[in-house]
Design a protein around this ligand. Structure first.
Ligand SMILES: Cc1cc2nc3c(=O)[nH]c(=O)nc-3n(C[C@H](O)[C@H](O)[C@H](O)COP(=O)(O)OP(=O)(O)OC[C@H]3O[C@@H](n4cnc5c(N)ncnc54)[C@H](O)[C@@H]3O)c2cc1C
Length: 267
């Protein structure tokens, strides 16, 4: 199917993490460009007798963060299955060889260039997510520039159950891999599991961990000069964390008013 608004890509592999979580890799059009942290608009075609154009088909579109590196030859997406969800239940049914439409433009501002102000950058990059909100941070962690721009990368991934700590192995491997060897940043991976108490694992909601100082105690203190913070995922986590951080002077980074925060809500 040809269009200048989207390309038709093919699924090359599917990784099922749990019955509700999966990752999909697709072909990538050679002209598709994105900055790590951005999201694609994905479309799924389905038979629709009511289609307004009389074609018998309609397309459901949803935003999905890229979980693959800037220069990889394929795209990767990490998805939840929302019970009854129009897009995600259909996405979960697809397999190798099936088609996904990808809008030709990549969107979003959850990118580390938000923090480049002409001043020396902060030294610590905090990547704080809930659930599938980890996806853009995987892409950011695969970018060599992240490892040279920062001295510390602190990845906080909050989930309900330990088996939802997807990408854990991949992230932990990065801590001593080639990107680390070239760039030198120290990576700290902090899993948070809220559904069951696990020894040695943080177990409260991110807002509470921020409020009580537990998150900083497990990593390094937050500091207006040193820290740059990205928040992604559940809107409750994003708004409660943002409020707590605002009370300590952290502000959202904007083109004409550089700050320390960048956020993205998934719904
Ligand atoms: C900028 C942006 C980037 C996104 N990136 C991703 C991504 O990388 N991976 C991904 O799985 N989703 C992502 N989403 C959410 C995604 O667009 C869809 O909402 C999701 O796939 C569910 O689609 P649906 O049609 O099945 O249900 P929808 O009708 O879209 O959503 C129904 C309800 O499901 C819940 N929900 C939606 N998305 C999630 C989620 N990710 N985790 C938990 N609960 C959710 C919310 O309560 C929502 O109201 C992103 C959303 C935005 C705005």
């Amino acid at each position: 199917m040809a269009s200048d608004k989207y390309t038709t890509e093919t699924i090359t592999s599917v990784r099922v993490w749990t019955p509700k979580l999966f990752s999909v890799r697709t072909t990538r059009h050679p002209d598709y460009r994105f900055t790590p942290g951005q999201f694609a608009r994905l479309g799924l075609r389905r038979a629709d007798a009511q289609a307004k154009d009389g074609s018998g088909w309609s397309t459901v579109w949803r935003a999905y963060s890229m979980a693959s590196g800037r220069d990889e030859s394929e795209l990767e997406f990490y998805s939840i299955v929302v019970p009854g969800g129009e897009f995600s239940t259909e996405f979960a049914r697809l397999g190798v060889g099936d088609s996904v439409l990808v809008d030709t433009t990549a969107y979003g501002f959850l990118t580390t260039d938000r923090f480049q102000t002409g001043q020396p950058d902060g030294h610590d990059l905090w990547l704080i997510s809930t659930g599938t909100g980890l996806a853009p941070f995987v892409s950011i962690l695969l970018d060599p520039k992240t490892w040279t721009d920062y001295q510390r990368l602190i990845v906080v991934h909050s989930v309900h159950a330990a088996q939802e700590l997807v990408y854990r192995e991949e992230i932990e491997k990065l801590a001593s891999g080639p990107l680390y060897q070239r760039g030198g940043a120290q990576l700290l991976y902090l899993p948070v599991v809220t559904g069951t108490a696990l020894p040695g694992v943080l177990g409260a909601r991110i807002g509470q961990l921020l409020e009580t100082g537990q998150l900083e105690a497990a990593a390094v203190p937050l500091d207006l000069q040193r820290s740059r913070i990205m928040l992604c995922g559940n809107p409750d986590m994003v708004s409660s964390s943002r409020k707590l951080l605002a009370a300590r002077g952290f502000t959202t980074s904007r083109r004409n008013a550089p700050g320390q925060l960048a956020v993205e809500n998934y719904w």
